[in-house]
Structure formats: structure tokens, C-alpha cells
Design a protein around this ligand. Structure first.
Ligand code: HEC
Length: 153
């Protein structure tokens, strides 16, 4: 083995070790600290927002079950219950506290459910319903990866 090759190999080993180590420390850091942006709300507002969230999850579950049973009435009712009407119910005071990223993704989720309700009422194709739900859940995940609520009064 010539010396140049040996040196190269040694250098790669050192760099590889360094990269590996920094990746390990990054993973540990993201596990122990919550990097999501905090949205400060009152206790009542937090309760209302989380109850809306649980309604989202419940509707999603019913849409899945309705799709398996090919029951468009179940799907339409579940999706409509968390559609635009629910969104319009958000109090003005709370709206002011929500960052623009949040107020963009929230309506997107409500609109997604409305689209599912329309599909169930219209063509009633469960494949399409499931496609919409899969797409919609990306919006849930996106928002969850960015924000969290904390109570300040
Ligand atoms: C605009 C942002 C946003 C969107 C869109 C969103 N969520 Fe959330 N959701 C949140 C935040 C913020 C929390 C609170 C997380 C925390 O404080 O740790 C939350 C919490 C939840 C919870 C926990 C409720 C509880 O009682 O603790 C559930 C369940 C949930 N979301 C379901 C969903 C589902 C299902 C969707 C999509 C159909 C969705 N969310 C879309 C922001 C969002």
C-alpha cells in the first residue's frame, strides 16, 4: 500500500467518525428538546382547539370506516361536521393569536374535509375519498411538526 492511499483512507475514517458522532448528538438533542413553535393561548382556548383536533381524528376514523363499508352517508356526515362550518366558529380573539402558518394550514384541513363530503355526496367513489384523506393527513402532520400550544392565562 502506498503512503498516499493510506493517508486518504485515514482521513476518510476521521471524517466519517466525526460525521457519525455529530449525527448521534443531533438525534439525541431533537429527542430531548421540543423544537416546535409555541402558540400561547388561554386554558379555554387550548381546550377548544384540542377538542377540535379530536373531532378531526374522529371524523377521519369515521371516513375510513365509511369507506370500508362503502357508506357515503356516513362519510359525508363525518366530513361535513369538521368542514367549513366548524372553521367559521373560531372566535375572533383567538384568531389574532394564531401565526400565519397556522391560519393557512387550519383552513386547508377544513377545506380538505369539505372536499371529501362533496365527493361522498357527488360521485361517491371511495377510492377518491381515501386519496383525499391521505392527502389531507399530510396537512395534519405538517402542522403538528411545527406548532404546539402552551397556556399563559
Ligand atoms: C393548523 C395546525 C393543525 C392542523 C391542520 C391539525 N392540527 Fe392537530 N394539533 C395541532 C396542535 C398545535 C396540537 C397540540 C400539540 C401540542 O400542544 O403538543 C394538535 C393536537 C392534536 C391532537 C391531540 C388532541 C388532544 O386532546 O390532546 C389530535 C388528536 C390532533 N391534533 C389531530 C389532528 C388531525 C387528525 C388533523 C388533520 C385532519 C389535525 N390534527 C390537523 C395543530 C394542528
Amino acid at each position: 500500500m502506498n503512503r498516499v492511499r493510506f493517508k486518504k483512507g485515514f482521513l476518510c475514517g476521521v471524517i466519517g467518525c466525526f460525521l457519525g458522532l455529530s449525527m448521534v448528538t443531533q438525534v439525541t438533542a431533537s429527542e430531548s428538546t421540543d423544537a416546535r413553535e409555541i402558540i400561547w393561548v388561554s386554558a379555554d382556548e387550548k381546550a377548544a382547539l384540542l377538542s377540535e383536533m379530536r373531532a378531526f381524528l374522529e371524523a377521519s376514523q369515521q371516513i375510513l370506516e365509511g369507506s370500508l363499508a362503502d357508506d357515503m352517508d356516513v362519510i359525508e356526515e363525518a366530513a361535513r361536521s369538521v368542514g367549513m362550518k366548524m372553521m367559521r366558529g373560531t372566535p375572533k380573539e383567538l384568531h389574532k393569536k394564531l401565526p400565519s402558518g397556522f391560519t393557512a394550514l387550519g383552513p386547508k384541513a377544513h377545506r380538505g374535509f369539505e372536499t371529501i363530503a362533496d365527493e361522498a355526496l357527488g360521485m361517491g367513489d371511495r377510492e377518491v375519498v381515501l386519496q383525499h384523506l391521505a392527502e389531507l393527513q399530510k396537512t395534519c402532520n405538517k402542522c403538528h411538526s411545527i406548532y404546539r400550544f402552551e397556556v399563559n392565562n
